[in-house]
Design a protein around this ligand. Structure first.
Ligand code: ADP
Length: 348
């Protein structure tokens, strides 16, 4: 036992080991986002001058090789990135520093968030966005859930790369009357991606800025953003880079989900994003054979929201039709989504 422990400890990798291995290849101040997984998978970004990007490929490969030679490393992913901190004469291709807040051709931005994954946040995002479009609004749906982009599947769109327009902006796909963009269109759905802070920030920023959501003359009425679960970099980037008009929090009535939902609520409050309210998903189980209703989780979220001074937007039952529709890329015909959407729009 002790022997095994010692062996594991000997293999434990630290960021410092990676920095030392790369010392002669990459200047330390050009290295960012070093990440080491439990399985010894290492990823990092190398900041480069965008004009020299192509010439840096050799250096990138050398850096990968050097790190792969370290004991305990199973896989290495090095990424060249043009993003960097503001300095005099520093290239700033995406305007991250000079224009920190984006002015987008979008009238209202709504973030749909949850503390935990798997609570139905994406399903709620798609269905409320579609309900808004049904009311005649021009609606965009941005899948910012970079850790598990599911909007392509939920909207029935194929995983394929979007085209660019003449302004070099990505053209969103069209589904159910919505303009849809997802990080899932850009990456291989079978290849898990490892994201670190700076990568998350620039991915979210670019999906807001570099997508043809609308024009000054024809802006979107609403952009619904399906956020990654939790309270990390994506939430912060969003709050810092655009004016978010409100957040919709999705939770199931389980203690654990609610505890995490409260964390998400508090984070939005801290970043001055108004909380539009909470959607209780999978509230009751309705038997598809006999229509019998039962409260599986038995927790009263109405009480919880009252206690925390947050509006209760409504509930969606746990029903097989919701799962079947979402798997088939269809919009659910449950009236609950329409009712919740009306309440959300009224709260904006
Ligand atoms: P999240 O975005 O929070 O990770 P998803 O929206 O992807 O969650 O939902 C996770 C799974 O649960 C999906 O398979 C979806 O079809 C299913 N689901 C979501 N809401 C319901 C519901 N009310 N009834 C039945 N299945 C649901």
């Amino acid at each position: 036992m002790l022997g095994k422990l010692k062996k594991n400890m000997a293999k434990a990798l630290h960021e410092k080991d990676i920095l030392v291995a790369l010392e002669k290849i990459v200047p330390t101040d050009k290295l960012s986002g070093v990440y080491i997984s439990d399985k010894g998978e290492v990823s990092f970004s190398v900041l480069v001058d965008p004009s020299a990007g192509a010439d840096m490929e050799e250096m990138r490969q050398k850096a990968e090789k050097e790190v792969l030679a370290l004991e305990g490393v199973s896989k290495v992913t090095a990424i060249l990135t043009a993003e960097r901190e503001a300095q005099d004469n520093t290239p700033d291709p995406h305007g991250m520093n000079k224009n920190p807040r984006l002015k987008l051709p979008i009238k209202k931005i709504i973030a749909v968030a949850s503390g935990k994954g798997g609570v139905g946040k994406s399903t709620v995002s798609v269905n409320i966005a579609a309900a808004m479009a049904k009311q005649g609004l021009k609606v965009g749906l941005l899948d910012a859930d970079i850790y598990g982009p599911s909007i392509p599947r939920l909207t029935g769109l194929p995983y394929k790369k979007p085209d660019m327009d003449e302004n070099k902006q990505l053209i969103p796909f069209d589904a159910h009357g919505l303009k849809v963009m997802s990080i899932g269109f850009m990456v291989d759905p079978d290849e898990p991606m490892i994201w670190r802070g700076p990568m998350v920030q620039s991915a979210i920023y670019q999906m807001l800025r570099d997508v043809a959501w609308g024009t000054q003359d024809e802006p979107l009425d609403v952009l619904v953003i399906d956020m990654p679960p939790g309270t990390g970099d994506a939430q912060l980037t969003l709050a810092q880079k655009v004016d978010v008009d409100g957040a919709v929090i999705v939770s199931t009535p389980q203690d654990l989900a609610m505890i995490d939902a409260v964390k998400a609520i508090e984070m939005f409050k801290k970043t001055n994003v108004p909380i539009l309210g909470l959607v209780e998903n999978m509230s009751t189980h309705i038997c598809s054979a006999c229509g019998h209703e039962e409260h599986i989780f038995g927790h009263d979220l109405k009480k919880e929201t009252k206690k925390r001074n947050v509006s209760y937007l409504g509930s969606i039952p746990l029903h097989i039709s919701v799962r079947e529709d979402s798997d088939a890329g269809k919009i659910s015909d449950l009236e609950n989504y329409q009712d919740i959407t009306k309440t959300v729009l009224a709260a904006l």
